[in-house]
Design a protein around this ligand. Structure first.
Ligand SMILES: NC(=O)c1ccc[n+]([C@@H]2O[C@H](COP(=O)([O-])OP(=O)(O)OC[C@H]3O[C@@H](n4cnc5c(N)ncnc54)[C@H](OP(=O)(O)O)[C@@H]3O)[C@@H](O)[C@H]2O)c1
Length: 237
């Protein structure tokens, strides 16, 4: 995608954190950006701080519901007539030993992090075939490194990495590019965290936005399909 001006992107979970950072960078590059949240008011508040109604669309959609994702894509096609890029970013994390994690939190993670990326792809794939577009998932280094208290989160993120790589093989013949980004610590509201100056050592959300831009601008013959990204200097604590 050499010229990003007026290309249309849908970022799931763009009300804060990584999704918001990616949205701000893609807007700077001249793209039209749709962001979603489970709550319309959260998406609208974020959209207002990002740009004008011409360039930013706020959508209420819960990625765990395929119907929500289908209507989200329809809203984008109704407004801009095409969809070039999807960033399947929405995700939640709950951490507890496997014998203690509640069934509700387990299912919320699986339904959001894993079923969600499938729903976002299923809802958008025909539009991406038309545009010869790009589908990007936000996995995590937790999708390749397992840790105590991470059974649920690890299961979903290992799943997202496998899903994205297989989808890449399935969709290459349609000239759709598919990549997964696997970040380490990013300064966001993840798991109830409140970003502060203590987080200066972490990746910042807009850095993931730069990475998405690099992927979109990559020569069409080349596909970085699985990208690990981590803080250059880990916390000294
Ligand atoms: N922060 C990190 O260190 C880190 C590292 C690696 C990977 N990641 C991954 O990066 C992604 C973004 O996380 P973040 O760190 O930016 O977290 P965050 O600051 O908590 O933001 C999460 C975003 O996802 C949205 N969201 C949550 N559940 C949703 C659902 N069911 N449907 C639609 N939107 C939903 C939230 O919107 P509302 O609350 O407004 O609905 C919010 O916009 C996640 O997939 C996470 O696993 C994060």
């Amino acid at each position: 995608m050499n010229n990003l001006k007026n290309k249309v992107v849908y970022i799931t979970g763009g009300s804060k954190g990584i999704g918001f950072g990616v949205a701000s960078k893609l807007l700077e590059a001249g793209m039209k950006v749709a962001i979603s949240s489970r709550l319309l008011e959260n998406a609208q508040k974020a959209a207002k701080s990002l740009g004008s109604e011409d360039n930013v669309l706020a959508i209420a959609s819960d990625v765990s519901k395929i119907g929500d994702e289908k209507s989200a894509v329809k809203k984008i096609l109704d407004k801009w007539g095409k969809l070039d890029v999807v960033v399947a970013n929405a995700g939640v994390g709950h951490f507890a030993p496997v014998d203690q994690i509640s069934d509700t939190l387990w299912h919320e993670m699986v339904n959001t992090n894993l079923n969600g990326v499938y729903h976002s792809l299923k809802a958008s794939v025909e539009a991406l075939k038309q545009s010869k577009g790009y589908y990007i998932t936000l996995a995590s280094l937790a999708g390749t490194n397992f840790f105590a208290n991470g059974a649920g989160y690890n299961a979903t993120k290992f799943g997202v990495v496998g899903f994205t790589q297989a989808a890449m093989l399935d969709l290459r013949p349609y000239d759709i590019k598919v990549s997964t980004i696997m970040p380490g610590s990013v300064a966001t509201n993840f798991n109830g965290h409140e970003p502060s100056k203590e987080d200066a050592w972490k990746i910042q959300p807009e850095d993931i936005g730069e990475l998405v831009l690099d992927l979109l601008k990559m020569n069409p013959r080349t596909l970085p399909s699985k990208i690990e990204v981590r803080p250059s200097r880990p916390d000294k604590k």
